[in-house]
Design a protein around this ligand. Structure first.
Ligand code: UT7
Length: 339
């Protein structure tokens, strides 16, 4: 029988500083009402200046390892849009800080789809015998790349991290990831973009968001909201259906849809397209905003801790993000307690 990746630990961390809609409305031409009705978000957490993605990833990773049955891991996959440095990857330092000596470690850059890409990548390594146990982390500090004067992005994104431990196991066990649907369309790469700082365009200047001093406009995150909204609904619905087909589940038998927490209107539109009751959609973005690669594990943990997701429940996860990229996976909840 083939080896599956089985979820055995779940941990999260959000930085303590809460930024409310009202606080943003003091400096931006926006309102609590606009943000709530257009997105469903009421607050987000932003890291204090000096706190980096790696710090959040270590905190969530530590909690996931504690929540797992036992033992370390031999692979660390970190999904992030906001690595600590352009070079090297953030994952090796996170692994080292977690005491995971000699673990293979690399970053995945699939923006908001990064966590699902990370699960698939780690599960592939487990299935191939490259790894026995893996820590998959989605961690972001979007506050460091948001343009504080851009109301179209600053009100949407938040910082945070979520992590799971996967171990080699049997495809029939609860917690086994039941397959993957991944895709991309790079012709739409300009829809979600940080133009500078890579090999195509250097970034000038040094100061980060939340820090004093000017920042170069080309190092800010930009998003064309409306087309992203449309593509997100279409792609997440199609990818979810492909995944359900692989799992052999009819949409109405799914207990919980844990979609990327971009916008409550997107989550409901996807549920409508799948023919699922909107009440089956896990909504966590109201309290943390869109945390990109961290959003699915954060929403998952919130639903588990809050008693929504129970052992034996059928859980479908689906994401859409920059690239553009999308991805879905599914599992029967194994009874893991979130930390
Ligand atoms: O995480 C990766 C995937 N990301 C997503 O999936 C995000 C997808 N997009 C969205 O969620 C939505 O497009 C947004 C929440 C970003 C924007 O909502 P929308 O309903 O698409 O608004 P819009 O961009 O069509 O803007 C409507 C109006 C515009 O004003 P006019 O042209 O009608 O006068 C905007 O200028 O709202 C204005 N607006 C704002 N007003 C107050 C845009 N941002 C704000 C704001 N506060 N923060």
């Amino acid at each position: 029988m083939s080896r599956a990746a089985v979820l055995t630990g779940l941990g999260t961390f959000v930085p303590p500083r809460v930024v409310t809609n009202e606080e943003l409305a003091r400096t931006l031409d926006t309102s609590d009402e606009w943000i709530r009705t257009r997105t469903g978000i009421t607050q987000r957490h932003w890291a204090e200046p000096g706190t980096a993605t790696g710090d959040l990833a270590v905190a969530a990773g530590e909690r996931a390892l504690k929540s797992a049955d036992s033992g370390g891991v031999d692979l660390v996959v970190l999904a992030t849009t906001t690595p600590d440095h352009p070079c090297p990857a953030t994952a090796p330092e996170v692994a080292s800080r977690l005491g995971l000596e000699n673990a293979a470690a690399y970053d995945i850059a699939a923006v908001c789809s990064g966590f699902v890409y990370g699960l698939a990548s780690a599960a592939g390594a487990i299935a191939a015998g490259i790894a026995e146990r893996a820590l998959v982390i989605g961690a972001e500090t979007y506050s460091t790349i948001l343009d504080p004067d851009d109301r179209t992005t600053s009100v949407i994104f938040g910082d945070g991290a979520g992590a799971v431990v996967l171990r080699a196991g049997d495809p029939a066990e609860p917690g086994a990831l039941l397959g993957y649907d991944l895709g991309s369309d790079g012709s739409l790469k300009d829809l979600i973009l940080v133009p500078g700082g890579g090999s195509r365009q250097r970034a000038a200047g040094t100061a980060g968001a939340g820090e004093p001093g000017p920042r170069p406009a080309d190092s800010y995150f930009s998003m064309q909201g409306q087309p992203v909204f449309r593509h997100a609904v279409t792609r997440m619905a199609a990818s979810s259906l492909a995944m359900l087909d692989r799992a052999g589940w009819a949409p109405e038998t799914v207990d919980w849809f844990v979609g990327h927490q971009a916008n409550v209107r997107i989550l409901h539109a996807v549920a409508d397209q799948l023919g699922m009751a909107r009440e089956r959609t896990v909504v966590h973005l109201d309290r943390v905003g869109n945390t990109s690669a961290a959003s699915i594990p954060l929403a998952l943990a919130d639903a588990v801790t809050g008693g929504l997701i129970a052992p034996g429940d059928r859980v479908l996860m689906s994401a859409f993000g920059g690239g553009v990229t999308w991805g879905s996976t599914a599992l029967v909840w194994p009874g893991v307690v979130a930390n």
